[in-house]
Design a protein around this ligand. Structure first.
Ligand code: ADP
Ligand code: MG
Ligand code: MG
Length: 188
């Protein structure tokens, strides 16, 4: 259920916010956890208040709230994920996920191997499209997250560090793995 997915993502982000911020303190500006927990808290408030014609309208609202409440790179990127996913949701969850991930890549002018959220999202959507079950999809996201450790960041603030960005998990890849974990426990 789509609303349960979003609520579970919000719960995980708030619970893991200190760890996300700690990751961002190593290679960024120590705000990823606070950025996302502010946004997802506003999303939950919007879900509590609003009623939506359908799940696509709900996801569109999620995207708009994230764009307007999350500062930094991750707000527009996660916002784009949900706005694009909303548009493709009538085609099913894998189509929605694919549209969201492609939206992040287009908005961020980014691809895999650049130490971003895409390193977790792309393997997950590929597993989903291959018909894997949600346990395997989550394993793919987590493996992608962990594989960001040796990478040198090519996008976002972490790229300012150059070679010194290697040796750390990318914070956005960590939050993206939470998005997939939430999907695995609610959409599976
Ligand atoms: P900021 O870097 O502006 O403080 P956040 O800390 O909230 O924003 O988010 C940082 C995360 O955003 C990074 O860890 C990375 O995963 C993701 N990110 C940054 N730039 C891009 C991009 N161009 N494409 C995809 N993801 C990106
Ligand atoms: Mg940051
Ligand atoms: Mg910032």
């Amino acid at each position: 259920m789509i609303e349960a997915w979003i609520r579970e993502f919000a719960r995980l982000v708030v619970a893991e916010a200190p760890r996300l911020t700690e990751l961002d303190s190593a290679i960024g500006d120590a705000d990823h956890g606070s950025n996302l927990s502010r946004g997802l808290t506003a999303v939950v408030a919007a879900l509590d208040e609003g009623s939506f014609d359908d799940d696509a309208a709900l996801l569109k609202k999620v995207g708009m709230v994230l764009v307007s409440t999350v500062g930094g790179a991750s707000g527009p990127l996660y916002g784009t994920f949900f706005l694009r996913a909303a548009g493709a949701l009538p085609g099913g969850v894998p189509s929605a996920f694919r549209a969201g991930v492609d939206g992040v890549a287009a908005r961020g002018k980014s691809t895999t191997g650049e130490k971003t959220m895409l390193d977790a999202l792309v393997p997950a959507v590929e597993a989903l499209e291959a018909g894997k079950d949600w346990g395997e999809v989550l394993a793919a996201a987590e493996a992608g997250r962990d594989a960001t450790v040796p990478l040198v960041a090519r996008k976002g603030r972490a790229s300012y560090l150059g070679e010194r960005s290697a040796g750390h998990v990318d914070p956005g890849a960590a939050s993206a793995a939470l998005l997939v974990a939430a999907a695995a426990s609610t959409l599976g």
